[in-house]
Design a protein around this ligand. Sequence first.
Ligand SMILES: Cc1cc2nc3c(=O)[nH]c(=O)nc-3n(C[C@H](O)[C@H](O)[C@H](O)COP(=O)(O)OP(=O)(O)OC[C@H]3O[C@@H](n4cnc5c(N)ncnc54)[C@H](O)[C@@H]3O)c2cc1C
Length: 386
Amino acid sequence: MDFQLDEDQTAFRDVLREFVDKEVVPVAREWEHAGRYPTEIVQGMKDMGLFGITVPEEYGGLDLDPVSFALVFEEIARGWMGIAGILGSHSLACRMIAMRGTEEQKRRYLPDLATGARRTGIGLTEPDAGTDLQGIRTTARLDGNSYVVNGTKMWITNARYADPLPVLVKTDPTATPAHKGMSVLLVDADTPGFTVTKDIPKLGYKGTESCEVVLDNARVPRENLLGGVEGHGMQHVLSALEWGRVNIAARSVGIAQRAYDEAVAYSQQRKAFGSPISDFQAIQLKLGTMATNVQAARLMAYYAADAVRRGRADGPTGMAKIFCSEVALETSIDAMKVHGGYGYSTEYEVERLYRDAILMSIGEGTNDVLRTVVAKSVIRGETVVG
Ligand SMILES: Cc1cc2nc3c(=O)[nH]c(=O)nc-3n(C[C@H](O)[C@H](O)[C@H](O)COP(=O)(O)OP(=O)(O)OC[C@H]3O[C@@H](n4cnc5c(N)ncnc54)[C@H](O)[C@@H]3O)c2cc1C
């Protein structure tokens, strides 16, 4: 058992850390409040090859191990979680195409996705179906050599930049169980009938777009059916899920670490009753709890990432996603309390961390739903605790 990152991972983390401290931290608060798209930071991530972290080397990617993958999201979220969101959806879609696409699809898309010349995302959620993906209503009817797609997708990260956007559809809406009639189509951005119709106003995660997307008789070529065979859409989507949970767990650790750092620094500089507030036991109780939780969350995230490297990891990734996202929320709230009134001010970082933390309990399966997933895995004997 070794609790240290290896030499390559440590060097990689240091490079990421420097990038985040130089390029992300100084602008995050202002740009997030303004809802400004972080074009320059995206360019920096392209230059570092980060758009290729889940793309196999033969298609020009970095093909990172899952722990290094986690480090990317932890470090970036420490600076600004929204940026990690831009990279997260892209990386999961790349992984899905790499694992499930036909050779032709991989050659057509992956090299440009690896450099960031093309970007992507994932279109699953609809106005009336999120957790219950088998309840989606978007249909794709084969007509000659193309699918005619109709439906609406909600909350789509990267919608304005995705080309292609993988979209979950029903190619056979009558199938039972429903998943047998579901497929993923790679929808190119210039497809007539494919429109990004609105940006959804939201509490946090500003700057990064979350959009409604409408497909109105959109004609998608048959060769854009992911994997070339209908009826495997849910499996395609689920194939990237464990990496998705590691991604959210790691982002949560980044948010929690930053909240902790901000709280420690503030407590040493803020004075009350003639001493730094870090001298007061009530503040120390918070700092001690935060330090303990952040470190526990980090170990859980890395453990889950390592479990993914070893094989199927529903249990460890689900538990890490739940625990880390809850630590992020708790830690950001405590950091706000340590800041007193200033914690509520938009001139400080901690209120953004709080707004970012809440989202971590929703994406990649809500925490409540994941609890039931973990429980079922335990009951089936697939996840062993102890
Ligand atoms: C900022 C943001 C970005 C997003 N980005 C994307 C994206 O890029 N692509 C994409 O496809 N989606 C995206 N989503 C959507 C996200 O994945 C969904 O919001 C999430 O899956 C939950 O679905 P829902 O909102 O429809 O909630 P619902 O499924 O309606 O759930 C509502 C409540 O019911 C509970 N619930 C539902 N079913 C069960 C059950 N069986 N047992 C117990 N409780 C249950 C849930 O836990 C929740 O508390 C994004 C969302 C946000 C907020």
